[in-house]
Design a protein around this ligand. Sequence first.
Ligand code: WTA
Length: 642
Amino acid sequence: MKKQENKIYTQEHYQEMYNLSITDPNKFWGEAGKRLSWIKPYTKVKDTSFDLEDLHIKWFEDGTLNACYNAVDRHIEDGHGDNIAIIWESNFVNEENDESYKITYNELKKNVCRFANTLKDLGVRRGDIVTIYMPMVPETVYAMLACARIGAIHSVVFSGFSAESLSKRIVDTNSKIIITTDGSYRGDKVIDLKSIVDKALEMTPVTNKVLVCGRTNKPMSWNGERDIWYNSIAKYMSDECEIEEMHAEDPLFILYTSGSTGTPKGIMHTTGGYLVYASMTHEYAFDYKEGDIFWCTADIGWITGHSYLVYGPLTNGATTLIFEGVPNYPCCSRVWNICDKYGVNILYTAPTLLRILKKEGDFFVTNTSRSSLRVLGSVGEPMQADLWQWYNDVVGNNRCDIIDTWWQTEGGGIMISPLAGFKQSKAGSVSFPFFGINPYIVDNDGKPAPNGTEGNLVIKDSWPGQARTVYKNLERFKNGYFSTFKNFFFSGDGAYTDQDGYIHITGRVDDIINVSGHRVSTAGVEFALNSNPNVAESAVVGFPHEIKGTGLGAFVVMKSIDSITDFKATKNELKSWVRKKNGPTEVPDVIYIVEDLPKTRSGKIIRRILRKLAEDPKSELGDLSTLSNQDSIHKIIDILAQ
Ligand code: WTA
């Protein structure tokens, strides 16, 4: 079920395919599954139940395959070995001596095989869990695919995590080996990854091998009994390595995501269904065409990186671009310069990145060409209509498909999104469900919410990319996703459908705040604040309020803080603005005008910290190592103290 060349796809085609995927999933996915190369073809397609008493999720169960073979070898066998698999763009810009490089599928296979043989040499076997704590370099992809090749399960930990967070994840998987680099570059910063691993391992006695790849070549501490320099053994390894025949339901990877209780959840994905779903969404959502240069800016340590830097594009034989650095280094045109340098056709990024660049002014965009761009995607947070418009008008020159894609770690791939080329985009909306996704929007009693009314976004029935469990914790999987609404998967997000049937995501329902008995969506208040022409961005949190139970605290970043002469008046103006937009119950009780909001490296605002600070500026804030801008916290504390 690949897209046909030269066929113009329409909403009717979508509807026809979508209806089939819902009414006859066995037929639909039975056909779609053929996009992969199977060792033993499946005869069964779907065997799933969301019934708590009998929860099980199995796809293509009796088929066997190898994910690495699908992502690498088969393209070589099809005669595409000289096609570029990976473009690696270094952190640094140096026109005379550019260290960036490209890797063909032929080279990719050799590199992956050498890596796989190294892992085998170190004792890694089918079913073992390998922790990967690495930056945005091609070796990270080799490491992941090497695991897949030999049937090991990778657990990639985002390289911005602290030693403590890394340790928790290693302990949970009981992983005996960790792969890392000596360091990494991000903008003007050099990060000593190896020392973080050393610290993590002081707290983690289980790991006995650390495989270190070179990047910065700076001096580092070394434990001769435990640490292995990758190049010193890889050079002796063969660049041929047999693939391991895996069952469709064998685990491919574990990826940790934060849970409401604070302990990370090891979301587990399996091989067949995940790969079918990642590759099909990559082709259909982005309208991927052979020869396209595809760039996903997400870090490899998140699900977006897994599905759209690695498995989706490579399974489709695409060229995937990996950028080591940050979007505003050495200047705010970097992203657009990279698009021009390589002729990027499809860009997949996040609203935060767009907001950062938008804030700097259009000049940094308009002084570049961007003429190669055809599809512009977004993921991770709600993209308000004005940002959508900017992406469309300024970045895309009004001629690109804009696709705001909604999904989550648990979903494996894009779940609700316009399909580029199908003319389904609408500002502020994630549009329609992908094939096989049957979303319902329900009230708290599980009854369907009428159009226009916000409710809980739940999914009826399974799709192939769905996570199968929380590692070693099926109970947590059941309780977290299947116990709130009987026979539905609960996403944890709020959404509504507009009068034209387009779906709009309103934010996590766990961030809903009850103010004087009124349910107030923090995303809704932020939406109102952000729509003020003077506001750059905002975060709204609840804090204990004597009279209302919970009050609303708003942390607001103004576009130009320097031009404010009377802070009190500005805050009152903002309150009136929200009152006008959302009504009196949603007016923030307190507004703090701040310079910056605390964010993760992937750009998500960390409301947990703001919530604590709003409650008590002297709160113990816990681990701040995932913040991209720790300074912001100190400045906010100063403002709260005033
Ligand atoms: C949010 C990232 C609004 C949502 C792929 C979801 C979005 C969480 C969108 C998952 C979007 C993701 N619009 N919100 N287009 N995409 N989200 O697991 O709250 O890192 O539940 O997966 O991000 O984040 P995760």
